[in-house]
Ligand binder design. Structure first.
Ligand code: NIG
Ligand code: FE
Length: 419
């Protein structure tokens, strides 16, 4: 008999999120999270080998003399959280912009004045590889402590070929140097740097950056900040079509600050995910549903921009759009690492149920980064990425906010964080 290396057992409630590895959960399915009372999961050589009740797994004989047993009695067990939209790699911070924001200076105005993203471009360029990695490592450690086991990480604080390549290289190095798995995205079209018109910089991204980025093979996705005043629909389309031709998968920052047809373009291009979408129109939502584009919603960004406006998750779910949630972790619009906070905001302000929100940070988030065959659910064959939450039931997760509910985090069946 082969035995498990690890058995997590006796969970008050285990949310397996099973049944959505082929395609993301939509509509009412987002509420069906595969709950098992007195749940247990067995892991061997980093992969899940059995899932069921504690009694069933014991009866099946997974426990041998060397099996490590961990009790989750009275607690909730879920898959590790997947954060499918972050700008986590950077150096410096922007707390100096808080007073401007409080005076009502808009986010894009701060950028126009050479601050915002461009400020982080400068501080990142000035920092050594070691400094950028040390600062990012610390944020990844915070993410892990809050239950996040896989993170999408974008470049985009470089804005030159050399600096963007450096960012992607550092993401790869960090991936190997700590426990959180990183999925790299090239986002050279994050802002237009000084000295360029939008058209000139778009030409530079298309003709210079993308061919070299693709040749290095360090990026899996390409993303664009599609927004009036940053990259227009036309520029975004040119960049994404070129990326697609170079075999990169596509993502888009769409309809964040203005409703300008970003969601429709996302659907037309068949991107894997369209992100933000605060201002997505009814037509845009219908187009996303039609094409099965995943909506990655970022309520911590809405909260932090303090505009009292949130993405229309209910309409999206009703229309059949698969919804995922992310932190958008970045030094400007969302300086946080916390998926538990995102869950709370999603329930209170996007009016998602705790079940829908959990689906959105696990299996649907895994789909948004092309990893649903490996992570995002507790199913046989998947990676042993598991979280034990010290909460009595699922409602408690969004309900009690501002502190960390995570008790233990497992990555490939190994304890990588515990209180
Ligand atoms: O997703 N919208 C554009 N990019 C980021 C913000 C990055 C920054 O402000 O540094 C976002 O919100
Ligand atoms: Fe973003």
């Amino acid at each position: 008999m082969v035995y498990a290396d690890l058995l997590i057992h006796s969970a008050q409630m285990m949310a397996t999120m099973s049944g959505y590895s082929e395609s993301p959960a939509c509509g009412e399915d987002m509420s069906k999270i595969g709950l098992i009372a007195d749940g247990a999961v067995a892991i061997r050589e980093g992969k899940i080998v059995a899932v069921g009740t504690t009694q069933d797994l014991r009866a099946e004989g997974w426990v041998g003399p060397d099996t490590k047993e961990i009790s989750a009695r009275g607690k909730v067990v879920t898959p590790g959280f997947v954060d499918p939209h972050t700008h986590v790699l950077y150096a410096g911070s922007r707390e100096n912009e808080l007073s401007l924001k409080l005076k009502g200076v808009p986010y894009l105005e701060i950028l126009k004045q050479g601050g915002g993203i461009l400020s982080t471009v400068r501080s990142t360029k000035q920092a050594s590889d070691e400094e950028i990695k040390a600062q990012t490592h610390r944020r990844l450690r915070t993410m892990l402590s809050m239950g996040t086991t896989t993170v999408e990480a974008k470049s985009g604080y470089g804005l030159t070929v050399e600096e963007e390549l450096r960012a992607l290289r550092l993401i790869h190095e960090l991936d190997g140097e700590q426990s959180v798995d990183l999925v790299p995205t090239f986002m050279g079209a994050h802002a237009v740097p000084p000295g360029y018109s939008e058209e000139e910089f778009t030409n530079y991204v298309v003709d210079e950056m993308l061919p070299q980025i693709a040749a290095e093979g360090q990026a899996e996705f390409c993303d664009v900040f599609c927004e009036p005043g940053v990259f227009s629909l036309e520029s975004s389309e040119r960049i994404l079509l070129k990326a697609q031709a170079l075999n990169l998968k596509l993502k888009m920052h769409a309809d964040e600050l203005a409703s300008a047809g970003g969601a429709q373009l996302a659907a037309k291009l068949g991107v894997i995910s369209a992100d933000h979408l605060l201002q997505a129109s009814d037509e845009g939502i219908a187009a996303l549903a039609q094409q099965g584009v995943i909506a990655v919603l970022l309520p911590a960004t809405s909260f932090n921009l303090a505009k009292n406006s949130y993405a229309r998750a209910r309409e999206m779910i009703r229309a059949g759009v698969p919804v995922a949630l992310a932190t958008d972790s970045n030094p400007g619009s969302s300086p946080t690492e916390s998926m538990p906070l995102v869950l709370t905001l999603a329930c209170l302000y996007l009016r998602m149920t705790p079940e829908e929100a959990l689906t959105a940070v696990t299996i649907n988030a895994a789909h948004a980064i092309g990893r649903a065959n490996q992570i995002g659910s507790l199913e046989v064959g998947k990676q042993g990425d598991v979280v034990i939450l010290d909460i009595p039931n699922l409602n408690y997760l969004p309900y009690h906010f501002g502190s960390n509910p995570v008790e233990m985090v497992f990555k490939r069946g190994k304890v990588v964080w515990s209180i």
